[in-house]
Design a protein around this ligand. Structure first.
Ligand code: GLA
Length: 383
């Protein structure tokens, strides 16, 4: 979308010229359900973005509008609702609330949101609106915050205000993404390493077009199961604060003592962390064969051990096999629907997209959406 077009629309609505912030969605190449276990993830920001336009008001009101999402929302900055309202404005309200709690002085403002990240596809539309809103709201005040702190505040808004117990991955990559690179992120220390994606490789993202209802409940159950695993392993090694601290050796020693479900969850997380670190090395050295194998292993582990896949995701993953130029693929994001991510040689990407869509349609009767992406930069101001 052009900034000039958005400016005109904003002007028609509010009679002012806005500052505009654009924040991207993401795909995760590997490292799934590891972020809330203090582990490693390797996502990339993609070109689907959310735009937030902002202009100051003389009073303390926040007027929030969107052209895609229904509802006009008017709030008073000094009396923001204490908890979520159930509307899409909650992401922005949550961010305004945590920024004020952090001591940032916010100004009254008119805000317009334009979202291009497919909703419910597991591409982090919520992180994109949070991050763009944070930058927009901060731009009218005096406080400047470093991007990693903004990512943490946006996560806090989603955890405490919206009520989704997500990890740090999505907000972090929406802030810190870099064109042509994936980010290897240590979710405990927030240390980052940018890993170049070979220039002749595309990220082909395949949307199954389904989102099963159990996603949110299952996410919280998985978190609780991981916490149970931590309590168990901490009895044997007091240094264990999160599953990140459980070594493969410690895990294997207790394979028979843990309840089976808990063992399976722990097994996924411990090995996924190892796969993610190895994947960063493989990708950086251009070893796409190994990178692809690790992505396939990750998918099998999410399907069989963590049990967050679904038949549509499995069919989409299978549909990629043997297509020319395909290096490897897996489900991406929380699971139970949404998208797969595939590494595909650039020359084959277009044909791959057509073939996989046909195979998936024949297997499920559903017409998928297929997006051919590259890694993009994180949040930015548009002039
Ligand atoms: C969702 C959450 C992330 C992460 C993934 C699973 O996308 O928002 O924090 O936990 O699920 O890897």
């Amino acid at each position: 979308m052009q900034a000039s077009e958005f400016t005109q629309r904003f002007d028609r609505l509010f009679g002012a010229r806005p500052r505009i912030y654009r924040a991207p969605g993401r795909v995760n190449l590997i490292g799934e359900h590891t972020d809330y276990n203090d582990g490693f993830v390797m996502p990339a920001a993609v070109a689907f973005s959310t735009y937030v336009g902002i202009a100051a008001r003389p009073d303390r009101k926040l007027l929030i509008r969107s052209e895609e999402f229904a509802g006009d929302f008017d709030f008073d900055l000094d009396h923001l609702p204490p908890r979520r309202t159930g509307g899409w404005c909650d992401y922005m309200l949550g961010v305004a609330t945590v920024l004020q709690q952090r001591g940032c002085e916010l100004n009254g403002a008119n805000l317009l949101v334009h979202g291009e990240v497919p909703i419910g596809a597991g591409l982090s539309s919520s992180a994109a609106i949070e991050v763009a809103s944070a930058l927009a709201l901060l731009s009218l005040g005096k406080t400047q915050l470093p991007l990693p702190e903004i990512a943490q505040l946006c996560r806090k808004a989603e955890n405490e205000f919206v009520g989704a117990r997500v990890g740090i991955m999505d907000q972090f990559v929406s802030c810190m993404g870099k064109a042509g690179h994936a980010i290897l992120l240590d979710c405990r220390s927030l240390d980052t390493k940018y890993v170049p994606i070979p220039a002749d490789v595309r990220l082909v993202v395949c949307n199954t077009m389904v989102k099963h209802d159990l996603a949110t409940g299952a996410y919280n159950t998985r978190r609780a199961e991981c916490e149970e695993g931590v309590r168990y392993f901490a009895k044997y090694d007091p240094a264990v604060r999160a599953l990140r601290d459980v070594s493969p050796e410690l895990l294997d020693q207790h394979a028979r003592d843990l309840p089976e479900t808990i063992w399976k969850r722990c097994c996924h997380v411990v090995r996924e962390n190892q796969r993610t670190m190895e994947a960063a090395r493989a990708l950086a050295s251009g070893d796409l064969g190994r990178m692809g194998e690790l992505m396939r292993e990750s998918h099998r582990s999410l399907r069989d051990l963590y049990e967050v896949s679904c038949s549509e995701l499995d069919l989409m993953v299978e549909a990629a096999e043997n297509l020319p130029g395909f290096c490897g693929g897996r489900m991406t994001g929380g699971g139970f629907g949404g998208c797969t991510v595939n590494l595909v040689r650039q020359d084959n990407a277009q044909e791959f997209a057509a073939q996989i869509a046909g195979r998936y349609k024949r297997a499920t009767g559903i017409t998928p959406q297929v997006y051919t992406c590259s890694a993009e930069n994180g949040v930015q101001a548009l002039s």
